[in-house]
Design a protein. Structure first.
Length: 272
């Protein structure tokens, strides 16, 4: 009996060791030079987002960092977590940097020098978590458009001006970010965010809200502070769950009611 107990105990120890080693292989990022990234992915078997390859990409410079996209695009069934990777300091332009990288589960760390994030993650359908947004980012138009797996938004830069179509089509987004006072353009920002229930407070200097919440079929409440905006066409089209919209004055209410495509909110706009 004692022999059987010892054998069972030893078997459990072996299984535990194998389990721990397996976890280590999965969780510990492997360092891969950017020049060898494509070859590495080609050599690996197909996987799932839950089993994404955790990779720390090295050898990145201002001249080659956008080559990451080429490697990911060439291997769409090899899901990767690049959260251990840091993009090089000094870069300013990340426009379309990871566009249509459907296998990207988590992105690299982005330096504060970046100012342009136009369409940076557009079409990254497996992206589940946003990176921290650089404090100097001013352009975020289309940045996360089509990121259908993104549930929680990032904290936005206080310098951001253009958020047009930023979260367009993020159908899993259940929480909106706080919108900085610097923002001017929110056209199409949350278009077709069908899981979004509570809108962010719309700050005072926004001047374009066209189709901002179009197709947000779960949206219930909106608070609007801006008195400057005159562009409201289709802002609330198909917002069938809307219960209440607060606006600062009767003029804004009248402009919204008169704009085309906002029939769904007639009678639901209240002046504070």
């Amino acid at each position: 009996m004692k022999v059987m107990q010892k054998m069972f105990f030893l078997a459990m120890l072996v299984m535990a060791a194998v389990f721990v080693q397996g976890c280590a292989r999965k969780d510990a990022p492997g360092s891969i030079d950017v020049s060898k990234l494509n070859g590495y992915l080609v050599s690996r078997p197909e996987n799932t987002p839950a089993d994404a390859y955790h990779i720390k990409i090295t050898g990145l410079t201002a001249a080659n960092y956008k080559s990451i996209r080429d490697a990911l695009a060439a291997n769409p069934s090899k899901y990767v977590d690049l959260s251990a990777t840091k993009l090089p300091d000094g870069i300013t332009d990340m426009g379309s940097c990871f566009k249509d990288c459907s296998a990207l589960v988590q992105s690299p760390e982005i330096p504060d020098s970046v100012t342009n994030m136009y369409a940076c993650f557009l079409g990254c359908t497996s992206l589940v978590q946003s990176p921290d947004i650089p404090r100097n980012a001013a352009i975020m138009a289309h940045c996360f458009a089509g990121c259908t797996s993104l549930k929680k938004p990032p904290v936005l830069s206080y310098d951001v001006v253009d958020m047009s179509f930023c979260f367009n089509g993020c159908k899993s987004l259940i929480q909106a970010p706080e919108i900085p006072n610097s923002v001017r353009d929110m056209s199409g920002c949350f278009k077709s965010c069908t899981a979004l229930i509570q809108a962010p407070v719309i700050p005072g200097h926004v001047n374009n809200m066209g189709i901002c919440f179009e197709g947000c079929t779960s949206l219930k409440n909106v608070q609007i502070l801006t008195e400057e905006c005159t562009l409201w066409s289709y802002c609330f089209r198909d917002c069938s769950a809307i219960e209440r919209i607060e606006v600062p004055d009767k003029d804004i209410r009248a402009v919204i009611y008169s704009a085309i495509g906002n029939e769904a909110v007639k009678g639901k706009i209240k002046v504070r």
